[in-house]
Ligand binder design. Structure first.
Ligand SMILES: Cc1ncc(COP(=O)(O)O)c(C=O)c1O
Length: 380
């Protein structure tokens, strides 16, 4: 299988698998137990917390473990809003957020609060002027993603956090796609909350983290024991947390080299496709993008049909976020960028990663040529 869907999920790193196997085998204690089996599991969880914190420049006690990006986003948004001071209940977010942010925001709006969805330009960049115009003393939270999952376009989170601070609001960023691909320092970004997820950076599914700046109040979404400082009760998923920690350590270690290598491969892929497939256009090409992501519109073709045909030839790609792939609607991200429904439907997301090889890029180009030029009668 030629896997080019790293933004949907990533394969488990062998070192992560080994660390998890150790944790699954021996350290089965409950980290909240005071006996030594429990304390051994606690030690593993705390080591992972330090590894996870290290990836984003946080202190270990600023990390709350969750079940993944979706839970981190919900805890950030709804948890911050539930703890906001009286008179502050407004939210400013973007129209291109993942549904893990859009839906809690829509839920909040359904409860009668003001929520503003800021648009983007034709390249997928946030309209900062509109964001500043939406600021005010009634706003409790700004939530803007660090990098978009469909296009890879990087968003101006430093400016968002500055605007939030100027009006006394909190800033959250969904860094689920950015973590492990971009260097992240929560202090340089200036955010109080940042979400990320294990399975996007070669860790296991079912683990994630919310960075929560010291002293920032949020309310838990679920209620139970005292785990994760009462913010996320429930016995910890120790093997997944151990794997997540190891994956963060490796991502930190390999980030710069992986980024350079993948950027070269992605750029070569795009150059070949643009030159050889008529009617192609890269969505977001004029903006700063993640090094691994390539979202390509194939004029006159159907992205879903291309995806299915590529799958039959052994190549995995997607038309957008995996969790909305079943609902048949075109990408809300591409529509927000001003693309027509037809253009949005003609787009395919290719996302490469740590295991992608130059040979795979050559093969990917050949397969895309085969499926994208065949219907027009110009088979290569
Ligand atoms: C930007 C973004 N946010 C949130 C999520 C949800 O993360 P998870 O799959 O860990 O729940 C995803 C997953 O695709 C994502 O791309």
């Amino acid at each position: 299988m030629l896997y080019a869907d790293y933004n949907a999920t990533t394969p488990l790193d062998p070192e992560v698998r080994a660390a998890m196997a150790d944790a699954l085998g021996g350290s089965f204690g409950n980290p909240s137990s005071i006996h030594s089996a429990g304390q051994e599991a606690r030690r593993l969880v705390e080591r992972a917390r330090a590894q996870v914190a290290g990836l984003v420049g946080a202190e270990p006690d600023e990390i709350v473990f969750t079940s993944g990006g979706t839970e981190s986003d919900n805890l950030a948004v709804l948890g911050a809003l539930a703890a906001a001071p009286a008179g502050r209940s407004g939210v400013v977010t973007s129209a291109i957020e993942h549904h893990a942010v859009l839906e809690p925001c829509a839920h909040w709006r359904g409860q009668g609060h003001a929520v503003t969805f800021i648009g983007v330009d034709g390249e997928g960049r946030l309209d900062l002027r509109a964001l500043e115009a939406a600021a005010g003393s009634h706003i409790a939270l700004f939530s803007v993603m660090l990098a978009n999952n469909d296009t890879g376009v990087i968003q101006p989170v430093v400016e968002v956090a500055r605007t939030a601070a100027a009006c006394g609001a909190l800033a959250h960023s969904d860094a689920v796609q950015a973590a492990g691909k971009l260097p992240i320092d929560v202090n340089k970004l200036g955010v109080s909350l940042l979400s990320f997820s294990s399975h996007k950076l070669h860790g296991p599914k079912g683990a994630g983290a919310l960075y929560l700046r010291r002293g920032v109040p949020i309310a838990p979404l679920i209620h139970g024991g005292r785990q994760e400082r009462i913010l996320r009760p429930g016995t910890e998923n120790v093997p997944a947390i151990v794997g997540f920690g190891k994956a963060c350590e490796l991502a930190h270690l390999h980030l710069a080299a992986d980024g350079r290598r993948v950027a070269e491969l992605r750029d070569r892929f795009e150059t070949e496709i643009l030159a050889r497939v008529p009617g192609t256009r890269i969505n977001g090409v004029g903006a700063g993008r993640l090094a691994n992501t390539s979202n390509i519109a194939f004029a006159g073709l159907d992205g879903e049909a291309l995806t299915i045909n590529l799958d039959m030839l052994g190549m995995a790609v997607s038309t957008g976020a995996a969790c909305s792939a079943a609902d048949q609607t075109p990408s809300h991200v591409l529509l927000a960028m001003g693309r027509s429904e037809a253009e949005a439907r003609s787009s395919v997301r290719f996302s490469f990663g740590r295991e992608t090889t130059p040979e795979e890029i050559d093969r990917a180009v050949a397969l895309v040529l085969q499926v994208a030029t065949f219907p027009r009668g110009a088979r290569p």
